[in-house]
Design a protein around this ligand. Structure first.
Ligand code: ATP
Ligand code: RIB
Length: 307
């Protein structure tokens, strides 16, 4: 039986508008194209881990609205264990408003809604199912109190923690010290170390500095420039694959979810990062978060075509 991965995090409905250009404050830009789809960093990572072949348990909280029904159906189609998906009435399911311009860049505003209702009681209810889990993948879209609670729980129960600090939250050293792998982009690294991180040299410095704060390794992702990996045995930029980006939304989520599956399977760090980079590269060639996430077969074909 494959080893299980738990993802504890957010689920959103993504309301995407492709626009000719981003409007400035007070400006109206017409000519957009609208798509409604599934997102949320936790959910995207759960779907990515599952499509890459992982045995995934997802812990999240939805509202009781129509969006929640749609999201639940989507998870079932993706083969995700939904027994730990909670619902809270009186609050909307998480929602993200996303604009994507002609270069594939995005701007995103999130209303956490039910995601911020996920709490200690839910984790206690899920704990029996989570006993079989070896690795827990977390993101910064959890409520800050819940993120700390989950990190404490992981330390107490001996789970390996992969923390994608996106969006970045301030976190005291006592919580970071038990993290096995910290994953951040340049902006998030900047917030964690409290000084600018621009370009590859500063990203390397940031990665090395952050690695002093955690138990395991650090990855600083650099978009089309790849990712800088710092572990006990490795300090290396793993390049990204060259593709034509249509929409980079969720590239980081696809990378994290796919990487979790690869590491739990026992791939060596460098091979796992290449596998995750391939999945993320495929995802940026398509619109949307979850619709863009590749299945394992596609990742393998991409890797063999690009080796
Ligand atoms: P996002 O916030 O858009 O989800 P992120 O900022 O967390 O993403 P990035 O550093 O942009 O994360 O991307 C994560 C990984 O995805 C990169 O390390 C790279 O491997 C891959 N990637 C991202 N953008 C591109 C691109 N334009 N072309 C190829 N690969 C990409
Ligand atoms: O990382 C991309 C995700 O961020 C989107 O799917 C959106 O829901 C926001 O949470």
């Amino acid at each position: 039986m494959s080893r299980k991965i738990a993802i504890i995090g957010s689920s959103n409905i993504d309301l995407i508008m492709q626009v000719p250009k981003f409007p400035a404050a007070g400006e109206t830009v017409s000519g957009g194209v609208f798509t409604q789809t599934f997102g949320g960093k936790g959910a995207n990572q759960a779907v990515a881990a599952s499509r890459a072949g992982g045995d995934v348990i997802f812990v999240t909280c939805l509202g009781t609205d129509h969006f929640a029904e749609l999201i639940m159906e989507r998870f079932e189609e993706d083969g995700i264990d939904t027994t730990t998906i909670f619902q809270d009435s009186g609050v909307s399911t998480g929602t993200a408003m996303i604009m994507v311009d002609q270069n594939g860049e995005n701007i995103i505003a999130v209303a956490p809604g039910a995601n911020f209702r996920l709490n200690e009681r839910h984790l206690a209810k899920a704990s029996l199912v989570l006993t079989k889990v070896e690795v827990v993948l977390l993101q910064g879209e959890l409520h800050p109190d819940m993120l700390k609670h989950v990190l404490r729980w992981c330390a107490e129960t001996g789970k390996k923690v992969l923390l994608n600090m996106a969006p970045a939250q301030h976190l005291e050293a006592e919580y970071l010290k038990d993290v096995n792998l910290l994953l951040v982009n340049e902006t998030e690294a900047e917030i964690l170390i409290n000084r600018p991180v621009k370009g590859i040299d500063q990203a390397k410095q940031a990665g090395e500095e952050l690695s002093q704060l955690v138990k395991g390794g650090v990855i600083v992702s650099l978009g089309e420039n790849g990712s800088y990996v710092v572990t006990k045995d490795l300090k290396e930029i793993i390049p990204a694959f060259k593709v034509k980006a249509v929409d980079t939304t969720a590239a980081g989520d696809v990378y994290c979810g796919t990487l979790a599956t690869a590491l739990v399977e026992g791939m060596e760090p460098k091979e796992a990062v290449r596998f995750a980079s391939a999945a993320a590269a495929i995802s940026v060639t398509r619109l949307g978060a979850q619709p863009s996430i590749p299945h394992r077969k596609e990742i393998e074909v991409f890797l063999s075509d690009n080796s």
